[in-house]
Design a protein around this ligand. Structure first.
Ligand SMILES: Nc1ncnc2c1ncn2[C@@H]1O[C@H](COP(=O)(O)OP(=O)(O)OP(=O)(O)O)[C@@H](O)[C@H]1O
Ligand SMILES: [Mg+2]
Length: 238
C-alpha cells in the first residue's frame, strides 16, 4: 500500500528533518509512529501528502508520488493534522465535514447523510451546527477527525489524534481507530493509545528510523524507549 524509500528532507535554512527513511506498510496495517518532539513524525506525514518537496521515493498504492500523481494520491490519503484548527476553514462543523465529499462530487443529499452518520458515530451530533471558531480545543479535534473519516480514505494519517481529548473522547477515538479498515499510521506521544490501536511500531529519532518492530517488542522495551527520550506506556510502568 505504502512504500517509502530513502526519504530525506531539509527545511529551508538547512535543518535536516528526515534522513534516509525507508518503510513499507501493507494494506490495512495499523502502524504507530513514535519519537520525541522534533523526531520528524509530522514532517514524514507532510511528505506522504506531498506538502513538502522531498528527496527519495514514495509509492502509494502503486502510484509514484510526483506532480502528475499527487492529486490522485491525496484522494487516497486522509490526514488528520496535528493543529486541528488549521484543518477547519468553513463557518460551521457540518460545512467542513461535507466539504471534502462535495469536492469529490458526492451529491448534496448524500453528503449530508454521510456527514450526519459520521458525526453520530463519533458522538458529535450536538456540534453539527456550531460555528468552528466557538469550539473548545477537544471539540475541534474531534470535528477535524470527523471531516477526514467522512471521506473513507484508503490510508489515514493521524497526527496526535488524542491530544486535548477528555477520557471519553480518547476512548471513542481508540474504538473508532480499531473499527475502521483503512491502512492507518498513528503518530502520538500517547503510547497507551498506540499500544491499543497499532500492531507494528516505527520508532524515530532525529529524522531517522531507529527501529521497526511489533508493538510488544518496542513498547515494552524500557531501555530502547528511554534511550530515545520516551517512556514505557503507563500500563507497563511500575
Ligand atoms: N517549517 C520548519 N522550518 C524549519 N524547521 C522545521 C520546520 N518544521 C519543523 N522543523 C524542524 O524539523 C524537525 C522535525 O519536526 P516535526 O514537526 O516533523 O517533528 P515531530 O516528530 O512531529 O515533533 P512533535 O512530537 O513535537 O510534533 C524539528 O526539529 C523541527 O524543529
Ligand atoms: Mg508533530
Amino acid at each position: 500500500m505504502l512504500e517509502i524509500k530513502d526519504l530525506s528532507y531539509e527545511y529551508k535554512g538547512g535543518f535536516k528533518a528526515l534522513s534516509d527513511v525507508t518503510i513499507k506498510i501493507g494494506d490495512n496495517e495499523s502502524v504507530g509512529l513514535i519519537g520525541a518532539n522534533g523526531a520528524g513524525k509530522s514532517t514524514l506525514f507532510k511528505a506522504l501528502t506531498g506538502l513538502i518537496d522531498f528527496e527519495g521515493e514514495i509509492t502509494v498504492d502503486g502510484l509514484i508520488s510526483d506532480k502528475k500523481n499527487i492529486a490522485q494520491i491525496r484522494k487516497k490519503i486522509g490526514y488528520v493534522v496535528q493543529e486541528s484548527e488549521d484543518q477547519m476553514f468553513m463557518p460551521k462543523v457540518i460545512d467542513d465535514v461535507m466539504f471534502g465529499l462535495l469536492n469529490y462530487g458526492t451529491s448534496r443529499e448524500e453528503a449530508v447523510r454521510i456527514s450526519d452518520e459520521i458525526l453520530e458515530r463519533l458522538g458529535l451530533s450536538y456540534l453539527r451546527d456550531r460555528y468552528n471558531h466557538t469550539l473548545s480545543g477537544g471539540e475541534i479535534k474531534m470535528a477535524a477527525i470527523a471531516t477526514i473519516l467522512a471521506l473513507k480514505p484508503d490510508i489515514v494519517l493521524f497526527d496526535e489524534p488524542t491530544s486535548s481529548l477528555d477520557p471519553h473522547n480518547r476512548r471513542m477515538i481508540i474504538n473508532t481507530l480499531n473499527s475502521i479498515k483503512s491502512t492507518k499510521i498513528v503518530a502520538s506521544h500517547d503510547l497507551d493509545l498506540v499500544y491499543d490501536t497499532c500492531d507494528r511500531i516505527i520508532l524515530m529519532n532525529g529524522g531517522r528510523v531507529v527501529k521497526v518492530g511489533g508493538r510488544d517488542e518496542i513498547l515494552k522495551d524500557e531501555k530502547l524507549l528511554t534511550d530515545n527520550m520516551l517512556e514505557l506506556p503507563l500500563r507497563f510502568q511500575k
